[in-house]
Design a protein around this ligand. Structure first.
Ligand SMILES: *Cc1c(COP(=O)(O)O)cnc(C)c1O
Length: 495
C-alpha cells in the first residue's frame, strides 16, 4: 500500500508525506491525515525493547514516510536527538504505584516541543528536496513563549533554511525572552512586537497572506513556511515516545506484552494526545487516553457533553502552554470519527458561532476512547506540593494538571492499571510557580533565584540551559510596532 495523506476537509485532496510536510496545511484549510493509519503487531512492539530511541523512532516512523530510505531516515534520526541531555531521550520515571512520568523535556529548551522540533527541520529540508523545492525556506513563527525557542533551536544553522520568530514584548517571561534573544545561529532572527500574542500572530498571518511580499521573496529565491503544531512533521515524531514508553515498561518487567496501559496528557492544541491516539490506532495497547485541561477546560467539557464551545472567558494560568480555546489538532480526530463533510460543517460552526456539536454516535465513540478532566490553579499547586512531599519528584505546572486529572480518573475506575503521564516541561522552566507551590515563604520575583532555591530543596541539578542565560550576550535586539512587522522582517533580513 502506498502511504498517502488526505485533507480533513476534502477527500479528493491527496498528497504524499513529503508534500504534506512542505505544504503544512491544505489549500482549503484542512489538515493532512494518513488515509490509513499503519498497523503493527505485538511482536513489532516487543522488538523495540532492545533498540535505542533513534532505532525505535526509525521503526515507528518508516511506514509514515515511504519516500525516505532506511539509511536516510536513520541518519536524520541519529543526529536529531544528539542535543538531549540523557541517552534515553524520553526516560520513564516511576513516581507512585503503577504510575510513570514520561519525561519529554530533556532537549535543549526543556519542554516537550523539542522532541518534534529537533527532528522536523531535518525532515522538512529533506522533503523540500524530494518535491523539487529549491528556494530557501524562511520559517515565520509567532510565539507566546515556548514554541519560538524550540523552533529557533531546531532550525539554527540548518542549511537551506532561515527562521524569524516574533514574540510579544511584554507577554513572555524573563527566562523565555532571554532564551530567544540570546539564540545563536547565522540563520536565526528574533523580533519583539510591541503588542500581545494575538497581535503578533495576526501580523504573521498578514505576512503569509501578502502576495506582493511573497513575489519579492520569490525573486530572491526565498519561500515562506511555518513550523506550527498542525504540520504533519511535528505530529509524527510525537508518536514514537508512546511506543518507547511501552517498550521500557516491558523491559523493566512492569507489564507483559499486550497488557493495556492508560496514557494521560496535559493538553493545549491537542497535538501530543493526538499522537497517542495514532499510537493506539497503530496497535499499541492503550486502554484509555486521558485528556487533561487547566482552567481553560473547553476540551474536557467537549468530551463530557459532545459540544465544543469556545464562548467563555479566557484564563491566564501557571500552565500557559495549555491556555488555548481552539485546539487545532482536534480536527484530525473529528475527521477520524465522522469524516470530511461533518468536519467542514463543524469548522464552519466554530468560525461563525464559536461552537459545534458532535453527532451522538460519534460522541459516544469518543467517550469510550478518551476521558477528559481538568484542574484549577489551587489543585495544580496542591498537586505539585503533594507529589513533592510524598516522593521528592518535581512536577512542572503542566504535568501537575495531568497528574491531578489522572488521580481523579483512577479513583473513579474500578481497577486502574498502569499509567503513563506525559511530563511536558522541566520544573525549572516554570521555577517560580513550582517554588510557590512547595514552600511557605513568598518566592522571589527573579526566576533564576527561584530555580536556585528549588534546586536546594529538591537536589535536582540545575539545567545549564537556564542558568547560563543571564551571562549570554543578547544577539537580537530588534523591536517593532504591530503595523511594522513586515518592514522589520525586511530590514532584519537585509532585503
Ligand atoms: C505545548 C505544550 C503543551 C500542550 O501540548 P499540545 O500538543 O498543544 O496539546 C503542554 N505542556 C507544555 C509544557 C507545552 O509546551
Amino acid at each position: 500500500m502506498v502511504m498517502e495523506y488526505v485533507s480533513t476537509r476534502d477527500g479528493s485532496v491527496r498528497v504524499s508525506a513529503a508534500q504534506a510536510i512542505v505544504q503544512g496545511i491544505s489549500k482549503e484549510g484542512g489538515l493532512f491525515v494518513p488515509v490509513q493509519i499503519p498497523k503493527v503487531s505485538l511482536e513489532f512492539i516487543d522488538n523495540l525493547r532492545a533498540l535505542p530511541y533513534a532505532g525505535r523512532a526509525l521503526r515507528v516512523l518508516s511506514p509514515y514516510l515511504p519516500e525516505f530510505s532506511q539509511d536516510e531516515l536513520s541518519g536524520i534520526l541519529s543526529s536529531a536527538y544528539q542535543g538531549f541531555d540523557v541517552p534515553e531521550v524520553a526516560p520513564l520515571v516511576g513516581t507512585r504505584d503503577g504510575v510513570f512520568m514520561l519525561e519529554l523535556w530533556h532537549g535543549p529548551t526543556l519542554a516537550f516541543k523539542d522532541v518534534a522540533l529537533q527532528l522536523m527541520p531535518r525532515l522538512l529540508t529533506a522533503c523540500a528536496k524530494k518535491v523539487g523545492e529549491r528556494r530557501q525556506i524562511l520559517i515565520l513563527v509567532a510565539t507566546s513563549g515556548d514554541t519560538g525557542k524550540a523552533a529557533l533551536e531546531g532550525f539554527a544553522d540548518v542549511p537551506g533554511t532561515a527562521i524569524c520568530v516574533f514574540y510579544p514584548e511584554a507577554g513572555v517571561s524573563q527566562a523565555q525572552r532571554l532564551q530567544m534573544v540570546t539564540q545563536q545561529g547565522g540563520n536565526t532572527h528574533v523580533i519583539a512586537v510591541q503588542g500581545n500574542f494575538d497581535d503578533a500572530q495576526t501580523g504573521v498571518k498578514h505576512i503569509f497572506a501578502d502576495s506582493a511580499f511573497a513575489k519579492a521573496l520569490d525573486e530572491r529565491g526565498i519561500v515562506l513556511s511555518s513550523a506550527n503544531s498542525i504540520n504533519l512533521g511535528r505530529l509524527l515524531p510525537q508518536i514514537v515516545y508512546y511506543f518507547s514508553a511501552y517498550a521500557d515498561l516491558l523491559e523493566r518487567g512492569e507489564i507483559s506484552l499486550g497488557d493495556p496501559i492508560d496514557v494521560c496528557v496535559p493538553t493545549g492544541n491537542f497535538g501530543n494526545i493526538l499522537a497517542a491516539y495514532y499510537a493506539k490506532e497503530m496497535g499499541l495497547p492503550i486502554r484509555r487516553l486521558v485528556c487533561a485541561s487547566n482552567a481553560n477546560h473547553v476540551l474536557s467539557d467537549f468530551l463530557s457533553t459532545g459540544v465544543y464551545d469556545r464562548n467563555r472567558p479566557f484564563h491566564l494560568t501557571t500552565s500557559p502552554s495549555m491556555d488555548i480555546l481552539i485546539s487545532s489538532n482536534l480536527e484530525r480526530l473529528l475527521h477520524a470519527l465522522c469524516g470530511a463533510e461533518a468536519v467542514v460543517s463543524m469548522m464552519d460552526g466554530l468560525k461563525n458561532t464559536g461552537k459545534y456539536a458532535l453527532p451522538p454516535e460519534a460522541a459516544e465513540k469518543l467517550r469510550s476512547l478518551m476521558h477528559g478532566g481538568w484542574a484549577d490553579e489551587a489543585q495544580v499547586q496542591a498537586q505539585i506540593r503533594q507529589t513533592f512531599n510524598s516522593t521528592g519528584y518535581l512536577l512542572d505546572p503542566h504535568t501537575a494538571v495531568a497528574e491531578h486529572v489522572l488521580r481523579a480518573y483512577q479513583n473513579q475506575e474500578q481497577d486502574p492499571g498502569p499509567a503513563v503521564v506525559a511530563s511536558t516541561a522541566s520544573p525549572y522552566k516554570f521555577g517560580r510557580a513550582v517554588l510557590t507551590a512547595i514552600q511557605e515563604n513568598q518566592a522571589p520575583e527573579d526566576e533564576f533565584a527561584c530555580c536556585e532555591r528549588l534546586s536546594e530543596l529538591s537536589h535536582w541539578p540545575l539545567p545549564g540551559a537556564i542558568m547560563e542565560l543571564p551571562k549570554k550576550p543578547v544577539l537580537h535586539a530588534r523591536a517593532c510596532a504591530v503595523p511594522d512587522m513586515r518592514r522589520a522582517l525586511t530590514e532584519e533580513l537585509g532585503l
